[in-house]
Design a protein around this ligand. Structure first.
Ligand code: HPA
Ligand code: ZN
Length: 333
C-alpha cells in the first residue's frame, strides 16, 4: 500500500476545523444569489485569486467577508453538509467543529439560526455518512471579554449540544489571559475548553491557555518548541496539539512545509494531530494535509498511524469510542 492509499484507508478524527472556513466559493456564490446579497467578486476564479495571504489577519479579513452571505438556517445547513461530504470522502469518521457565533450575531443573524443550521446538518451527517461530531463554540479574541460573556449567555439554551468553548481570530495582542473570567464561567457551566495559542503568538500564550484557561488541547501550538519547559509539560501530560500544516504554510507561519516542526514534535512524543483549519481557503481538506505533510517531512507508515491514533486519543469522544477507533487504526496494514 502506498502512502496515499494508507492515508485514505486510515480512520481519522478532525479536531481543528472552522466550519466557516469550509465555505467554498461556489457555494458562496449560490447562497449570495439566493439571498440577494452582493459580494465584491465577479467569479469563483476571482474569489480564489484573492486567497493569497501574508499572515493571519490578511486571511481573517477575507474569511469574515465571505461569511457575511450566510443569513438563514439553510445556509448554515448547506455549508455544514458540504463539509461532511468531504469528511466522508477522506474517511474522517469523527469531527469536532468550531463555529464563531459572533461573526453572525454581530450582523443580526440570531444565535439560534446559526446553531440549528449547523446542528441539523451534523445530525443528518451521522445518519447519512455515519460521521459522529461535536460542536465547539469559539469566542473572537479581537472582541472584548464582555462580548464573550454575552455569547456564552446566548448559548445557554443549546449548551447540552456544545461540548467546549474555544478562542480564535487575531492572536497577537489578545492573550488568553484576556478571557480568563469567561472561561472560568464556561467551565463552571460544564463546558470543556480549548484555545488557539502559539500559532503566531509566543509560547507564553500557550502557558496562559494551560494555566489560566485550563484547556484540554492547544490549537496550533507550533511555537511550543521554542520553550523547553513547556515542551516537557506537553510531552509528560500528553497535551494534544491540533496542528494544521497547510494553514501554517498559507499564513506564512512556515515558509516551506519541509521546515515544519510536526515530525520533530511527533518524534519527541508529543500528541500531535493533523487538521485542515479552513480548508476552502488553505488548499486542502484532511487527506491533502496528510499527504502534503507526509511528502514534505518524509513521514513513514508508523508516523501516519500514530497521528491518526492521536486524533482519537485527543478527541472528546468517550473512552469506549476512542478504544474502538484506535484499534481500527492498529488494524490498518
Ligand atoms: N487562527 C485563528 N483564528 C482563526 C483561524 C486560525 O487559523 N481560522 C479561523 N479563525
Ligand atoms: Zn484555527
Amino acid at each position: 500500500m502506498d502512502i496515499k492509499e494508507l492515508i485514505s484507508v486510515l480512520p481519522k478524527a478532525e479536531l481543528h476545523l472552522h466550519i466557516e472556513g469550509s465555505f467554498e466559493p461556489e457555494l458562496m456564490f449560490e447562497i449570495a444569489e439566493r439571498n440577494k446579497v452582493s459580494i465584491p467578486y465577479k467569479s469563483v476564479e476571482e474569489v480564489r485569486d484573492a486567497y493569497s495571504f501574508h499572515n493571519l489577519q490578511s486571511f481573517l479579513d477575507i474569511y469574515y467577508a465571505g461569511a457575511s452571505v450566510l443569513l438563514k438556517e439553510v445556509d448554515f445547513y448547506d455549508m455544514t453538509m458540504a463539509y461532511l461530504k468531504r469528511c466522508y470522502e477522506d474517511h474522517v469518521v469523527h469531527t469536532e467543529i468550531f463555529f464563531d457565533p459572533q461573526t453572525h450575531t454581530d450582523r443580526g443573524v440570531p444565535f439560534e439560526v446559526v446553531f440549528k443550521g449547523i446542528k441539523n446538518a451534523l445530525d443528518e451527517g451521522e445518519k447519512k455518512y455515519g460521521i459522529t461530531s461535536k460542536m465547539i463554540m469559539c469566542f473572537l479574541r479581537h472582541l472584548s471579554e464582555e462580548e464573550a460573556f454575552k455569547t456564552l449567555e446566548m448559548a445557554k439554551p443549546f449548551k447540552d449540544n456544545i461540548i467546549a468553548v474555544g478562542l480564535d481570530s487575531s492572536e497577537v495582542g489578545h492573550p488568553p489571559a484576556k478571557f480568563q473570567k469567561v472561561f472560568d464561567e464556561a467551565r463552571s457551566q460544564g463546558y470543556l475548553t480549548v484555545a488557539h495559542a502559539g500559532e503566531e503568538g509566543p509560547p507564553d500564550y500557550i502557558w496562559q491557555a494551560l494555566d489560566l484557561l485550563k484547556v484540554k488541547r492547544i490549537d496550533h501550538g507550533v511555537r511550543a518548541l521554542e520553550d523547553e519547559k513547556l515542551m516537557d509539560i506537553i510531552i509528560r501530560e500528553r497535551i494534544p496539539l491540533t496542528v494544521c500544516p497547510l494553514s501554517n504554510l498559507k499564513l506564512c507561519v512556515v515558509d516551506d512545509l519541509r521546515k515544519h516542526n510536526l515530525k520533530k514534535m511527533l518524534d519527541r512524543g508529543v500528541c500531535v494531530t493533523i487538521n485542515s483549519d479552513d480548508p476552502s481557503y488553505f488548499g486542502g481538506y484532511m487527506n491533502q494535509n496528510f499527504l502534503e505533510t507526509s511528502k514534505a517531512l518524509n513521514l513513514n507508515k508508523s508516523d501516519l498511524i500514530q497521528i491518526a491514533k492521536n486524533s482519537f486519543e485527543a478527541s472528546f469522544m468517550d473512552d469506549k469510542e476512542k478504544e474502538h477507533w484506535i484499534e481500527k487504526c492498529n488494524q490498518v496494514q
